[in-house]
Design a protein around this ligand. Structure first.
Ligand SMILES: Nc1nc2c(c(=O)[nH]1)N[C@H]1C(S)=C(S)[C@@H](COP(=O)(O)O)O[C@H]1N2
Ligand SMILES: [Mo]
Length: 411
């Protein structure tokens, strides 16, 4: 055993830090059974927070594959810095690629002329755009469903709004030409399946042509003005803001233009789908009765103060946060300090661009001493607001957009 361990260490030291991420995933046979907070031998001295450049208050949900989420107070920035962006992997992070050798191939049955581009070609041939785009995991909030749903128990931190730079997917599709029967664009990435099987695709999802054609749907090579960090998809990723972040393929090396709804792994079955008709909690739903999630629902966060804040009587409390509404705009933002009995208006900004989250703030005066909860509620441009309790149960625990709340003590 000891010998084996030592040789592994030696190997890892020689390899890049980034290879480590992939190898540990493969190596920890009973990873799922490990007690919380247990640091596998192979990781000693190689802190995943350092490895992925994450804030110490991020929560590690899983190490096989790596999954990490933020807490509300970490998301206070208008544009989320790398250190506070959640990590959601379905497989093993690929080794850092040589950008000179990276290519993107566009084909599929509905493409007129399949083409392969180098990164340099993509950057020089097409106009570049930068947008702030909200990416939220479809399973964000899953931990609150009862009966519980399997999978990462995200609380509220699987959302971020970074600034993405790249080319429009639409321009790329125009360059290859798409046939009249095209209905969907699917992605493939370079990550490896947890089983270690090189032929198995981890995840291959996508979006309908109408979403692919939007101005803001990017094939991005930069995040927050720098190369995309490896864990977030270096050197190339698709970014489809406002939709479940599973549609934003990382480590992108292939796009397929399909004449039917894309059928890659995790497009079908119950993955990233909810019952087409609502069901009672705990119901069994057949795959054929599950529908693909498109726009994410309206939601908001209180990012300041942190839950547990103390304030002196007669002092005003400044609260603030962000709100987003998938494909739509947030049209009003309110807060309550009496468990939703009465609501008060917040100041709400316009978004930096479509599909970016919107910032809101308010000054709160508490009537007297005591314990309070501050609740926040956004309403979208269709007049649809956030539910105050966990919304419709679904087998995979997606789309929980219940109001965020923080505790405040007035003394
Ligand atoms: N290639 C690839 N792309 C992927 C994934 C993945 O596992 N592999 N996970 C998806 C899911 S489910 C989410 S929520 C987002 C997470 O992006 P992030 O880790 O950059 O926050 O990436 C999406 N793109
Ligand atoms: Mo996700």
């Amino acid at each position: 055993m000891a010998k084996n361990k030592d040789s592994r260490r030696l190997f890892l030291k020689r390899g890049s830090m980034l290879a480590l991420a992939g190898f540990t995933g493969l190596d920890i046979v009973f990873g799922e059974n490990m007690p919380e907070g247990y640091v596998p031998v192979i990781l000693e001295g190689d802190d995943p927070f350092k490895l992925f450049n994450k804030h110490k208050d991020m929560s590690l949900l899983n190490d096989k594959p790596w999954n990490m989420e933020a807490q509300a107070h970490l998301l206070d920035d208008r544009i989320t810095p790398e250190s506070r962006i959640f990590i959601r992997n379905n497989g093993l992070i690929p080794e850092k690629a040589d950008p000179k050798k990276w290519t993107l191939t566009v084909d599929g049955e509905s493409v007129i002329k399949a083409k392969t581009y180098t990164l340099d070609e993509l950057k020089s041939k097409f106009k570049q755009y930068t947008y702030q785009l909200t990416l939220e995991c479809g399973g964000n909030g899953r931990s609150e469903y009862d009966p519980p749903a399997k999978g990462n128990q995200w609380t509220i931190g699987a959302v971020a709004c970074a600034s993405w730079t790249g080319i429009r997917l639409r321009d790329l599709l125009e360059d290859v030409g798409i046939k009249g029967d095209a209905v969907y664009v699917g992605y493939y990435g370079a990550d490896k399946h947890l089983s270690g099987d090189e032929n198995k695709v981890v995840i291959s999802r996508g979006v309908p042509i109408s979403k692919a054609m939007q101005d803001e749907t990017l094939i991005a090579f930069a995040m927050n003005g720098k190369d995309i960090p490896l864990v977030h998809g270096y050197p190339l990723r698709m970014v489809a803001g406002g939709w479940p972040a599973s549609t934003s393929g990382k480590w992108l090396n292939k796009l397929v233009v399909r004449n039917k709804v894309h059928d890659g792994p995790k497009m079908e079955g119950s993955s990233y789908r909810v019952p087409c008709e609502s069901v009672p909690p705990g119901a069994k739903v057949e795959d054929k009765d599950m529908c693909i999630i498109e726009s994410m629902p309206v939601k908001s966060l209180i990012t300041y103060p942190q839950s547990g804040a103390m304030i002196d009587e007669n002092k005003q409390l400044d609260i603030r946060g962000h709100a987003w509404a998938g494909e739509f705009e947030v049209s009003s933002m309110k807060y309550s300090i009496d468990f939703g009995a009465t609501w008060h208006k917040c100041e709400l900004e316009k978004s930096a661009n479509r599909l970016a989250w919107q910032h809101w703030k308010a000054k709160v005066r508490f009537p007297k001493k005591g314990y309070y909860e501050v609740w926040a509620k956004a309403t979208d441009s269709n007049g649809v607001g956030q539910p105050m309790v966990v919304p419709g149960w679904n087998p995979k625990g997606y789309l929980n957009n219940a109001c965020h709340r923080i505790a405040v003590k007035v003394k």
